[in-house]
Design a protein around this ligand. Structure first.
Ligand code: PAF
Length: 293
């Protein structure tokens, strides 16, 4: 496993793999602080591709001014040690200047999908995500890139970016990995106190309640929202930021649920820590919903 810091070296290594060795490349973009969720992406990349590249880059442009960029956990040695067991070929861990050279001025905005939910709560966040993903895809030019369903809106935006700008990369979305309690794995779980961590299972509980209501025949978007809201309200440490019931492909709010695939997504604050989670209902068996893939 080689750790590469320079974009030129990464590009030339990837070019050689593609052209001279005719091998496929799988890219797993991360911000480090790797956990089982990331490792599930790496495992699938390893299974599907000849060469696996994991990027570790805490991307400043996707953090708001009052967010946790400065405190985001960074430990490349620990991340690299975790990846040694997974037969990863390259870690690309560039500096900020390598990704955003002096006078960097080109940003990517995926219209429509970027404004609601996380985009409304975190203005500019998805512009930063789309921009860094575009840069990473251009440097590595992978055949496949792997993302987790936990960031459902991000997966939709990346898929649209790839389609609209004609990147030759297939986006693979893999299920959310959860602790036994139901808590979705996230690098930000590390910020939680023991008490907050116990309380944070309320996100998956609330989604499970909504799913049960849906299974029992509930088809009103606002009543499903209310189910989630009431469940979260029962946890004193939790402050609900938003809950939404939307079309899983377009993120259009759904009042009356029909045969479309549904995404129920929420964000909840515990002290200064903000967690997100989601569930997909009425998932189409063959393709269909992007978020459900
Ligand atoms: O999901 C993440 O960790 C980040 O948003 C990503 C895709 C690595 C871009 O910085």
């Amino acid at each position: 496993m080689e750790i590469i810091n320079r974009r030129q070296r990464m590009s030339s290594v990837a070019r050689k793999v593609r052209r001279d060795q005719d091998q496929t490349i799988g890219l797993v973009p991360t911000m480090g602080a790797l956990h089982e969720g990331h490792l599930s992406l790496v495992r699938e990349a390893r299974r599907m591709c000849d060469v696996v590249v994991v990027t570790v880059f805490v991307n400043p442009t996707q953090f708001g001014l009052d967010e946790d960029f400065a405190h985001y956990p960074r430990d490349l040695t620990k991340d690299a040690a975790r990846l040694t067991d997974y037969n990863v070929d390259y870690i690309f861990a560039p500096s900020i200047e390598e990704v955003y050279p002096k006078d960097f001025a080109t940003y990517v905005t995926v219209g429509g999908l970027s404004e609601q939910l996380e985009g409304a709560a975190r203005p500019g966040h998805f512009r930063g995500v789309a921009t860094v993903v575009a840069v990473l895809l251009n440097i590595v030019r992978p055949d496949f890139a792997f993302f987790g369903q936990k960031d459902a809106q991000q997966t939709l935006i990346v898929k649209r970016l790839v389609r609209d700008l004609a990147f030759e990369t297939e986006i693979v979305v893999l299920p959310t990995i959860r602790e036994e309690s139901g808590l979705a794995l996230s690098s930000r779980n590390a910020y939680l106190s023991e008490e907050e961590k116990r309380a944070a299972v309320i996100l998956s509980h609330a989604l499970t309640r909504a799913k049960e209501a849906y299974k029992a025949g509930e088809r009103s978007g606002s009543r499903l929202v209310e189910t989630v809201r009431a469940t979260v309200a029962g946890e004193p440490l939790a402050r609900l930021d938003y809950v939404s019931v939307t079309d899983a492909d377009t993120l259009e709010n759904l009042e009356k649920l029909d045969d479309r695939t549904v995404l129920i997504a929420l964000a909840v604050n515990f002290g200064k820590t903000r967690l997100i989670d989601n569930i997909v209902l009425n998932r189409k068996k063959n393709g269909g919903s992007a978020a459900a893939s």
